[in-house]
Write a protein that binds this ligand. Structure first.
Ligand SMILES: [Zn+2]
Length: 63
């Protein structure tokens, strides 16, 4: 299981960005409560992105 938790400063008030843990591509910008799946456009990894309590969690989903 690959899991990455990062603390980020918000770039726009209340919004945080999630980066691919593999290639560091910015995946999505969201706010607390965000819970989404996204495929990295660069390396093709399928990732689960969750933002809560000012923490960005990116978890890799293996098929
Ligand atoms: Zn990637």
């Amino acid at each position: 299981m690959s899991e990455l938790r990062e603390k980020h400063k918000s770039i726009i008030e209340g919004y945080y960005y999630a980066c691919c843990p593999h290639c560091k591509t910015t995946l999505v910008h969201g706010k607390n409560g965000t819970d989404t799946f996204i495929k990295c456009s660069k390396c093709g990894n399928f990732l689960h992105v969750e933002i809560k309590d000012d923490t960005v969690l990116v978890e890799r989903k293996n098929s």
